[in-house]
Design a protein around this ligand. Structure first.
Ligand code: ZN
Length: 320
């Protein structure tokens, strides 16, 4: 059985025709967004998806087209409530897509698609209860329970980035205070460190960034923390404690056998990662550690396409 998975990312659209039984990509295409004002309009994006699907699946072998999308969706209606990467608000996207690629077409939250891809084909292959968390520019996640995507009653499950970790804490991009994302996303780590360094904190990270506070980011802070820098060490202590605690709470609540971790900050800041895993293992309800492992993503940037293809095909269907 074959299906098409599409990943509508920040810089380009990628699509793959996938053999869903094996997770092998049969054909693939990547299209950068046009560099024009209307380059990311819903109509343009839908027509680019149509073009990509016709290119990789000219014989219409697909059972459907699954689309992973970084945006907030309204339930299973296919309406995009908000998509910051595209500047969309309240877009009834699904009919536009269906006009291009046929009726069997669904839009999924990108991290839900990634989580499902990693659970079916990747780092947690063979496990029915999986949580996947990405710590990158933002912080997000997806949950697979009993071998199925757990999307929640209105398609919003897995929003770990907006769980609260500090009462009345730092302001988050979602408009609320104290969210995990406000402390641990790449964007917020960078913003906070730059603020504090401008206010007079000193850190080796500035030197490692070439002498400019404007260029300090999670990667150089990580290097500074590894080299014993006091400021970076203190910041990492706080960030890793909050991240480890939030992850431990999810593991305690959901009792997954695998926690799949990925994202730019997670992969690019080994010291933060080491400390966060240590915190998680300290703070998790001890009986839920049995048989539990933290693993890396293994599908890289194909996870979303593979997961979206498997979801639309209904593969493997219920329990694996
Ligand atoms: Zn938030």
């Amino acid at each position: 059985m074959r299906a098409v998975g599409v990943d509508l990312g920040a810089t380009n659209a990628r699509a793959a025709l996938v053999d869903v039984e094996t997770g092998k990509i049969v054909a693939e295409t990547k299209t950068p967004w046009p560099d024009t004002a209307s380059g990311r309009s819903p109509e343009t994006v839908a027509s680019l998806v149509g073009e990509a699907v016709r290119t990789i699946d000219p014989k219409k072998e697909r059972s459907g087209v699954g689309i992973g999308f970084a945006g907030m969706l309204r339930g299973w209606s296919g309406v995009v409530v908000i998509a910051p990467n595209f500047g969309w608000r309240e877009v009834d996207f699904r009919p536009m897509l269906r006009a291009q690629v046929g009726e069997s077409c669904e839009v999924y939250n990108d991290l839900n698609a990634i989580a499902y891809g990693e659970a079916v084909y990747g780092g947690a292959r063979g496990f029915d209860d999986v949580v996947c968390v990405y710590v990158g520019t933002g912080v997000g996640g997806g949950i697979v329970a009993n071998g199925r995507l757990y999307a929640g009653s209105t398609h919003l499950a897995g929003e770990i980035g907006h769980t609260k970790v500090v009462p009345a804490g730092r302001l988050c991009g979602c408009g609320m205070r104290g969210c995990l994302e406000a402390y641990t996303s790449g964007r917020n780590i960078q913003k906070r460190a730059q603020e504090e360094l401008r206010e007079g904190e000193r850190s080796l990270a500035v030197e490692l960034a070439g002498g400019s506070i404007d260029d300090v980011h999670a990667g150089v802070l990580d290097e500074a923390a590894r080299r014993g820098d006091v400021y970076a060490g203190r910041l990492w202590e706080e960030v890793s404690t909050l991240l480890g605690m939030a992850l431990a709470n999810i593991v305690t609540t959901l009792n997954p056998s695998r926690l799949v971790m990925g994202g730019g900050v997670w992969n690019g800041a080994p010291e933060l990662r080491r400390r966060s895993i240590a915190r998680l293992l300290e703070l998790v309800n001890q009986p839920s550690r049995e048989g539990f492992e933290v693993v890396d993503t293994t599908l890289g940037d194909t996870a979303g396409m593979l997961g979206a293809a498997a979801l639309i095909a209904g593969w493997p269907g219920g329990k694996k």
